[in-house]
Design a protein around this ligand. Structure first.
Ligand code: ZN
Length: 280
């Protein structure tokens, strides 16, 4: 099942949405796809008796800085625009729901879209509240979620920073890394993954667990083989979205001092305005 989905939907993030839909964990999903992918997706939806709606606009992605090619900001353009773009697609087992979702998105009703996608209300409120500010930045809500969260140690279920590595158990931005409703959704999702592929569930859990250094423009770093004691993090391995001076510095020092969740020290260098989180 997972292999088939990956073949059609190209990455884990999108394939898992379909896995949840087919297993009735989700009723409606929204994804994006280019024209080539769309052809395969149409066939798949026919076979599976899923209802598919396609947006009346195209999306041009504006790639984030330092996030492995990930784009959090998208620009909507008319279908007649000659630029290469993606379309939003809305899939459900219920014809009305996929149609309704398309309609709500056309109206830019973020709240109603969040509701039909079953996002927790606390997280939808958070998204709407921070939307304007985040649009000006890179629109990924990690730092506002961290500022809503006590301390820097959280359950791995809400690790939303590894989505830059195509690993996440949530499809919405959690309002806090301690959000109970998000934890519950992620728990159900990983149970579902486990049923279909124990190997993939293990891979996800392994990637989701551990310390993460988030920077707005200089990359995301995930530390493996680590030890954290008295706010000093030692590590042997780093996975990163970018190769840059910061990665080099991290590789050279093999040690970070955590001053607080927004400030760390590497060697003699102090980094401000970062996010440091440990997911266990
Ligand atoms: Zn929440």
């Amino acid at each position: 099942m997972m292999d088939n989905l990956l073949n059609i939907f190209s990455n884990y993030t999108r394939s898992l949405e379909l896995l949840y839909l087919l297993n009735n964990i989700k009723e409606t999903v929204r994804l994006d796809a280019n024209d080539l992918e769309l052809k395969k997706i149409k066939e798949f939806c026919n076979e599976q008796e899923l209802f598919l709606e396609i947006s009346d606009f195209k999306l041009i992605k504006i790639t984030d800085k330092g996030k492995g090619g990930y784009a959090n900001i998208v620009k909507r353009v008319p279908l007649s625009n000659p630029q290469q773009g993606l379309k939003h697609i809305y899939i459900s087992k219920d014809k009305n729901k996929s149609k309704f979702l398309k309609l709500l998105e056309n109206k830019n009703d973020d709240r109603a879209v969040g509701e039909i996608l079953d996002y927790p209300k606390c997280c939808v409120d958070f998204f709407v509240k921070n939307n304007e500010e985040q649009q000006k930045l890179q629109n990924d809500y990690i730092l506002p979620a961290l500022s809503n969260s006590d301390g820097f140690e959280f359950p791995f279920y809400t690790n939303y920073a590894t989505r830059y590595f195509d690993v996440a158990l949530l499809s919405h931005f959690p309002h806090s890394f301690n959000c109970d409703e998000s934890i519950e959704i992620a728990r159900k999702n990983i149970e579902c993954i486990k049923v279909h592929s124990k190997e993939l569930a293990d891979k996800f859990e392994n990637m989701l667990k551990g310390p993460v250094l988030y920077t707005e423009n200089q990359g995301i770093f995930v530390f493996k083989n680590y030890r954290l004691k008295n706010n000093i993090l030692h590590y042997n391995e780093i996975k990163s979205t970018i190769k840059n001076d910061l990665l080099e510095l991290l590789n050279k020092n093999k040690k970070i001092e955590i001053i607080n969740k927004n400030q760390i020290k590497i060697g003699n260098k102090i980094l401000n305005d970062i996010g440091f989180m440990v997911f266990t």
